[in-house]
Design a protein around this ligand. Sequence first.
Ligand SMILES: *[C@@H]1O[C@H](CO)[C@@H](O)[C@H](O)[C@H]1NC(C)=O
Length: 306
Amino acid sequence: MTLHLFVLVFFLLSCGSARVVSDFEQECGGFFALGKSPTKFNDPQYKQICQNLNNQYYYATYYDTDRKIPVYSAYKFEGIKDCERKNNWYIEPQLDDNNNVPHMASEGSVPKELRGRHQALNGDYEKSGYDRGHLAPVYHAGSQDCADTTFTLTNAAPQNPSFNSGQWRVLERNIANTLSEQCLPKRYSVYIVTGVTPGTKNLNNRVNVPSHFWTAYCCLDQNNKCQKSGGFIGENKNIAPIEKNVTVLNTDLASLYKFPSFEVFDRRIVPLSANSEKIKPCIINVMCSQCWFCFLWALFLFYLPS
Ligand SMILES: *[C@@H]1O[C@H](CO)[C@@H](O)[C@H](O)[C@H]1NC(C)=O
């Protein structure tokens, strides 16, 4: 009883400073089409961050504290504002210490022993041969504060430098230009999600080097239909990313994340092709987060009577 009370009080107290939050759909759901985030994995190593500066939320990030890279960042695109790049990188004190400040902070402001256990630090990237590649990019930022907020290492992953300044940059520009011309004038709400998938290499024995960078967009009309949607995925090298529709991208991502299914946008708003329903291998999807687990269940139930 006392323990329950203690847990409850602790929970209420820790709710006040929401930055690394328990449910970013509730806390900053405005960055997701229909308020629904892309797929979340069930493991506690994944943290949900409402990225803020001066008490204002600018985008949301799903962060892998084991691999120390994001899974994805989600935001609304409101036009090209040509914000300045200040190039000061921040970290997220709450990832290493729950009681720390609920907003990004410079590395130096956090005691050395309290930083970096669950996130990448600038030193991991130094002399690594990789850039701190933005997921939510400066080029898509709707304000200078928003642009500054993208400079958190929780929004970055090791990216091949020529890819970062080459084909990926070209893609960021193309997407911004296309959506500015084709979606914003029609007053569609433009939602973008950009992510990376884990690779096999690590920087500094700590930070995973992603195998792929991907991005997807949805121009949502007043009736909550994606009037225009699409995606791109490219290996972490300077080759033009391949364009895919969201259905195919979802399938690719499920296999790259080794997860039974992956949905970048709510399936209610993305038109599905006839054969895409085959993707879901688990019928009782809620019960089993991994498919081998389903398989074991089936075996178990099969052998139970004998
Ligand atoms: C997505 O692309 C695939 C392969 O090009 C195609 O078979 C499928 O019909 C497309 N789906 C939609 C909804 O456009």
